[in-house]
Write a protein that binds this ligand. Structure first.
Ligand code: FES
Ligand SMILES: [Fe+2]
Length: 327
């Protein structure tokens, strides 16, 4: 275990309301884990009972403790084994009976999990602390494709007029203006650009209304390993942050979710905005699930053009991460 630098990264693996009252089974880098909610907060461990390796995620919650389905051992806070029914209540519990707990945190309405010792923080999204913004969460999806293809897609604007022709792509300009990759802030690396949009149809839902032609300032940036933040500031003052993040279940299976923050009143429009983004997401998912294998990281392995500059920058940093010493 913990043989790859990827084991030391944080991954969004669930929405907070997906954990509890039952234990949740997750998988990262082909290793099964269990997460449950104890009285002191979330607990994560290998999905493997120390006794005979039964799946703890098939167990039952009792008074905030997790009971193994096989012989009924009970695990409490910090993964401590607090009951071995076959030994009776007076027996001493050996250290090997306890679970090794792993890093798990709640942030932005998501459950973040790191299998090893984290070498970098959960991506910082300052907008979450700004009271003028409302956060809209969506559930975790499972995509049958490599996480590397997903982040490449999140950083790509050249596919909009084609892949997204069924949603917002019809009005998009095919030519991608030249952009430069910069450090956007302490967390995200990417590019900024401005466009003038036809503010009609579903675009009006996203822009919050206003004139039929609107200026829009945007930025798109990545945080290693598999997160992208896209910001939009409309000329009418409406701002939106879209955070997308993926996690490797296995080589060609991934978790995906997105979170939106907006500075307008989303009490009536929020559901429609999320549904619109879910439809956009489905277009990407359908496209990517038809591609097999991982994104080539080899120099010259892909025919890159100027519009792929952000993906190239990510690939360079990702390769450096993979080559880094295991912590
Ligand atoms: S395998 Fe879990 S109690 Fe025996
Ligand atoms: Fe897309």
């Amino acid at each position: 275990m913990n043989e790859s630098p990827l084991d030391h990264c944080w991954y969004a693996v669930a929405a907070v309301d997906e954990v509890g009252p039952d234990p949740l089974a997750i998988e990262i880098l082909s290793v099964p884990y269990v997460i449950w909610r104890g009285p002191e907060g979330l607990i994560a461990a290998r999905d493997r009972c120390p006794h005979r390796e039964a799946k703890l995620s098939n167990g039952t919650m009792q008074d905030g403790c997790l009971r193994c389905p096989y012989h009924g051992w009970v695990f409490g806070d910090e993964g401590r084994c607090v009951e071995i029914p076959s030994s009776g209540p007076e027996a001493t519990i050996a250290p090997a009976a306890h679970l090794k707990t792993l890093n798990v945190e709640e942030r932005y309405g998501l459950v973040w999990f790191c299998p090893g010792e984290p070498t970098s923080p959960i991506p910082h999204l300052g907008v979450d602390d700004d009271p003028s913004f409302t956060r809209l969460n969506t559930g975790i999806q499972v995509w049958d494709c490599s996480v590397t293809r997903m982040i490449d897609n999140m950083l790509d604007v050249a596919h909009f007029p084609y892949t997204h022709v069924g949603t917002f792509g019809r009005e998009q300009e095919a030519v991608v203006p030249a952009f430069t990759i910069v450090q956007l802030d302490d967390t995200f690396t990417g590019y900024e650009y401005s466009v003038v949009i036809d503010n009609v149809g579903d675009t009006k839902l996203m822009s919050g209304g206003g004139a039929d032609v609107l200026g829009l300032d945007m930025s798109t940036g990545f945080a290693l390993p598999f997160s992208v933040r896209s910001t939009m500031t409309y000329e009418n003052g409406i701002e939106q942050t879209l955070f997308m993040t993926a996690a490797p279940i296995s080589a060609e299976r991934s978790y995906y979710t997105f979170v939106l923050w907006r500075n307008d009143d989303v009490s009536t429009s929020g559901r429609a905005i999320v549904d619109f983004e879910l439809n956009v997401t489905l277009e990407d998912k359908t496209m990517l699930e038809n591609l097999s294998g991982e994104l080539s990281l080899d120099r010259g392995g892909l025919a890159d053009v100027a519009a792929d500059r952000a993906s190239v920058a990510w690939r360079r940093q990702y390769q450096a991460l993979l080559a880094s010493e295991d912590a």
